[in-house]
Design a binder for this molecule. Structure first.
Ligand code: DGL
Length: 282
């Protein structure tokens, strides 16, 4: 039986979901978090939908055994499988709420009343058309321009956040997007890995407002828990626990936790979430 002190599950293909943990740590510092990062199988963005859904199921099964009160899918690529017919249905299968980061981001973009917006994301997310579809459902009249990257999440997973390869990849995608749509002033960082290097984006395009969907997702989580009567009201000084479970390695977590200023104590365990059937090609 879950209650307010039960943990929130946060999942991603790797370290990207720590951007949501960073926002949760600011907004709801008392909440306990169990994090699953399938770094051993990242990147997900070049995989098939079937493969992504199968790997995601393993993480959700793992969290179901730990009695989470809800799961935040802090991965756009996984969120893009939610509505694929015959694929996901995660919520119905596990009995706890499973919140899509794309839905939270789409609602945010619509609320801010942009007329046009760019989205840089993985190849899978862009091909799914999930961003334009959800934005369209919420507000008919907005232009959404997608730009796919096959490499950026994998480069960030390598942990050298100042690498020339990351610099070059960011430059290429900004050039592609801004070259085709020079009037775009707002760009969604539509892969949770990308806000980890938000300063690189910002340095290259100082006139653009980059949107980090983890902020909207943390607010959506707060609203959801509040509506469900499951907000953890500890006293203000209580900092919740953070248990990281990864099929990858520790160093990249240390780097990204520090980059995102996540200072709460954490434990890190190595877990086998299985392997994908289709090799990820970057
Ligand atoms: N962080 C993930 C996202 O938001 C996916 C990165 C990947 O594994 O390709 O899409």
């Amino acid at each position: 039986m879950v209650d307010a002190t039960s943990p929130i599950g946060v999942i991603d293909s790797g370290v990207g979901g720590l951007t949501t943990v960073a926002q949760l740590s600011k907004l709801l510092p008392g909440e306990n978090i169990i994090y699953c990062g399938d770094n051993g199988n990242a990147p997900y963005g070049n995989r098939t939908g079937e493969d992504i859904a199968r790997l995601t199921t393993r993480m959700l099964e793992f969290l179901a055994e730990r009695e989470v009160k809800m799961v935040a899918v802090a991965c756009n690529t996984i969120s893009a499988t939610f509505d694929t017919p015959g694929l996901a249905g995660y919520e119905n299968r596990f009995g706890f709420p499973v919140l899509s980061i794309i839905r939270a981001a789409a609602e945010d973009v619509v609320k801010l009343q942009y007329t046009r917006v760019g989205v840089i994301a993985t190849a899978f997310t862009i091909a799914s058309q999930c961003y334009p579809r959800l934005i369209d459902e919420l507000e008919g009249d907005m232009q959404v321009y997608g730009e796919p990257s096959e490499k950026l999440a994998a480069l960030i997973e390598q942990g050298d956040l100042a690498s020339p390869a990351i610099d070059q990849e960011v430059q290429t995608h900004l050039d592609n997007l801004m070259g085709a749509h020079p009037d775009v002033k707002d760009i969604v960082l539509g892969c949770t890995h990308y806000p980890i290097v938000e300063d690189v984006f910002q340095r290259k395009a100082p006139h653009v407002a980059f949107i980090n969907p983890a902020k909207a997702q943390a607010r959506a989580i707060r609203l959801h828990l509040s509506d469900a009567g499951l907000l953890h009201h500890g006293d203000h000084d209580t900092v919740g626990s953070l248990h990281i479970n990864t099929s990858g390695e520790r160093p990249v977590y240390e780097t990204v936790l520090s980059e995102l200023n996540i200072t709460r104590d954490y434990t890190l365990d190595t877990v086998d979430f299985g392997t994908g059937t289709v090799p990820s090609n970057s």
